[in-house]
Design a protein around this ligand. Sequence first.
Ligand SMILES: C[S@@+](CC[C@H](N)C(=O)[O-])C[C@H]1O[C@@H](n2cnc3c(N)ncnc32)[C@H](O)[C@@H]1O
Length: 555
Amino acid sequence: MAQKRPFNEGRRHFKKNKKQKTAAVEGSSEEVLLVDVRRLLEKARVGDHEETTRTLPEQWSEVELTINELSSTGDGLAEKEGQVYVVPFTSPGDCVSAKVVKHFPEEGYTLTDFLSVKTPSQHRTETPKCRYFSQCSGCQFQHMPYSYQLAHKKTIVEKAYANFSGLPASAVPAVGETIGSPLQYGYRTKLTPHFDGPPMARKDKRAGKKVIWEEVPPIGYMRKGTRKTMDIEECPIGTEAVERGLRRERERVHREIDKYQRGATLLLRESTERVRKSDGELQGSVDGKMEATDVVVEDRGEWVHRKTCITDHKATSTEYVEDFRFDNPAGAFFQNNNSILPLVTQYIRENILGPAKSGNEANGHEPAMKNLIDAYCGSGFFTITLSQMFSNSIGIDISPHSIESADQNAKLNSLPPDSTKFIAADANHLFSAIDTTKFPPSETVVVIDPPRKGCDQNFIRQLLAYGPERICYVSCNVHTQARDVGWLVGGVEGEDGAVLQGLYEIESLRGFDFFPQTSHVEGVAILRKKGDGAAEEEGGNGQGVAADSDRTGGS
Ligand SMILES: C[S@@+](CC[C@H](N)C(=O)[O-])C[C@H]1O[C@@H](n2cnc3c(N)ncnc32)[C@H](O)[C@@H]1O
């Protein structure tokens, strides 16, 4: 059985500092960093570093370090005399100067501020496009070539499964190459910069006084390693329409700051109006030019896309992915990098039914997968883009607002209501609501795309009890994904304490780069029920379950 153990793994080996009673959140950066620190210390053969007597440099002193490796959190790690120094904005091989910020002696690491490069690594080849790079906490990788970023993200997936799935290496297939984003800058369709209230705002408010702004505060993102907001005038990972919106919103806040009683988060969400070129009026005014101050016009073959930036949470934003249209309240969740979405949907279509049952060929195979259940469906992105492959599709989301949008989106895309349905419900109660005569598990594929914290253990138990033929697990946190997949493959403790056997094997695993220049990677894992053609595929396309060799390579 795959245990809950892996998420404690990073801490288990360190004596806890008495003051640090709070456990790190499962799958959090802190947890992931701890595991990488411990692995590096093991590699450096430091042995029991808790017993090592080390003299650590004083806080705020400057240290010179050579970066050994990149952590899954995107930070450089440098081992020196039995202590790991965490240095942001660096690459393996960099020799850098850094300022000591905080020691965690029990855990064996020290947080630092990056100061300067003494000798650059061979992976430090790019000139960052953002003038705030190495101060802003948003991006970590602008100094590295894109191919290196993609290769690193593959190792993040590998390490996640090696360290957090609780599975033997033989149960984890070779991780595929990371699929890159067609746009590596100018891709983010949503940004949410913020500003803080004046220091006395709370006290003034309690005293019934009007809040006084002595100056316009910085509007932007957190300065790396601090809780302070830094002023950001431009963000080159945002789309052009969003960049325009940022400038406009900043000007507005500068004009209207006195209307605010406290700090605020601003919304910048791209919205697209699609106009057929033959409709005339826009012909000739295309090719990414600004048609008017706030409108970016893009040539899309027979269409013209007019892109604007919405700042009202409740206003409707429209996005096109392939030929599907999605309308959402601008403040609601929708994927943030439209350029990569067609690659993801295409990949899932090609793999969701398995190598022999892809796409339209599926109907010729028995048992054909006729049904789709999209747990955590949001406004219907996967249900709608995949529904043409299935006779019945159902999407479930806990947010009634998302389900309203999903219903609306199904209509916008002319999907028949008798075959594509959505229900507002907790995924934990999903399987009691499913009619198994309509959705027999042997003919059903389940797509899972939960929030960063992953699935509830209860959901996993119910999924195992239902036992769909295939599962496609999409996740923005490959660490919690690895834990959940570990349970589906290796089994999980039932509510009564008895072991529920794992039913699945991992057919394929790879990352998609939804967020270039950052350390985030979206994982897509395809699982099939054990015994469903595993043998015939082994050794076939290199994506089958590995033979008994250590291929996860996470340590
Ligand atoms: C990462 S989003 C994915 C949305 C969708 N698949 C998409 O691509 O647009 C996660 C979704 O899970 C939903 N969610 C969170 N907890 C849930 C639960 N217990 N049951 C059902 N849905 C939940 C959220 O409302 C959110 O829409």
